[in-house]
Design a protein around this ligand. Sequence first.
Ligand SMILES: NC(=O)c1ccc[n+]([C@@H]2O[C@H](COP(=O)([O-])OP(=O)(O)OC[C@H]3O[C@@H](n4cnc5c(N)ncnc54)[C@H](O)[C@@H]3O)[C@@H](O)[C@H]2O)c1
Length: 314
Amino acid sequence: MSKIAIVGSGLVGRSWAISFARAGHDAFMWDQQDGAAQAAIGYIEKILPDLEANDLLRGSTPAQVLGRLHVVATVQEALDGAVYCQESTPENLEIKRAVFAMLDKAAAPETILASSTSALLPSAFSEGLAGKDRCVVAHPINPPYIIPATEVVPAPWTRPDVVQRTADMMRDIGHAPIVMGKELDGFLINRLQGALLHEAFRLVAGGYAGTEDIDICLRDGLALRWSFMGPFETIDLNAPAGVRDYVARYGGAFAKMAEGSAPIEWTGELLDKVESQRREKLPAAALAARQAWRDRRLMALAAHKQKAVKEIGG
Ligand SMILES: NC(=O)c1ccc[n+]([C@@H]2O[C@H](COP(=O)([O-])OP(=O)(O)OC[C@H]3O[C@@H](n4cnc5c(N)ncnc54)[C@H](O)[C@@H]3O)[C@@H](O)[C@H]2O)c1
């Protein structure tokens, strides 16, 4: 099992630590802020029993997972002997540039330097570094210990073996890597989510539906299939002779829908409307409790999917 460096131990860094440690790796956690990595361990300790109850610890016990987590006082201690470093510092280009410059100086040449960034291109923070060819993005969806999809995004100069080893590492810890051929703003997942959100905002703006109606379309409709297959597999199975048959039957209707889909701003009266409908459904004071509810539902869904794959196949 390998040594992993976790740089930044906030919401995402501490979640990554769970993913690595339950797969048997030793995660060495460092954070610039005193006490942050220790606080992360306290947070992890609280959620491990829930993960164990849902059979999401890959056979490890909470005590074993905790035994593989180590808080270190310096970044050097985290990096020494680490095969892979997962950086999860704030989403700010200046900070990422400074952190990657520091990591590139401190880490052995063979250590992979992977960033959790949601929206910064890897070229933007690795350009000019001596070791820019070992820098890559490994972008998780929150929380990564429940949602396996992880976007692996190379800069133009990232070495193919670094991309391959990052994807292999993700598979090894039970994540589902998506390897992009080249970098692009928004990567893939947020571009897909953005397309859906744009249409949702357009429909609310036009008075065709309210926010709850749109949520039902997904929650009690499309997302039932999407929780175990993607849109391409969906359309391949939704016409007797597969995807070409589907396009022959429905392609024209979708082309017509796409007409007049102008960009829309998520601001002003439209945002007021969306917010007031959401606050009517969920008061602001209840947001945190609902986030905890979401994570429990996600765990139950992950447990169900794991069981269904074993019993029915994936
Ligand atoms: N929150 C999400 O849903 C989510 C999902 C996927 C990816 N991400 C990405 O993960 C990264 C981290 O996000 P987060 O939500 O964990 O943020 P966060 O604010 O919870 O944590 C950031 C941590 O970095 C530490 N830090 C700040 N500067 C540092 C430095 N120079 N060196 C070391 N540590 C430093 C902070 O003390 C803090 O503990 C961002 O790039 C974000 O875009 C976030």
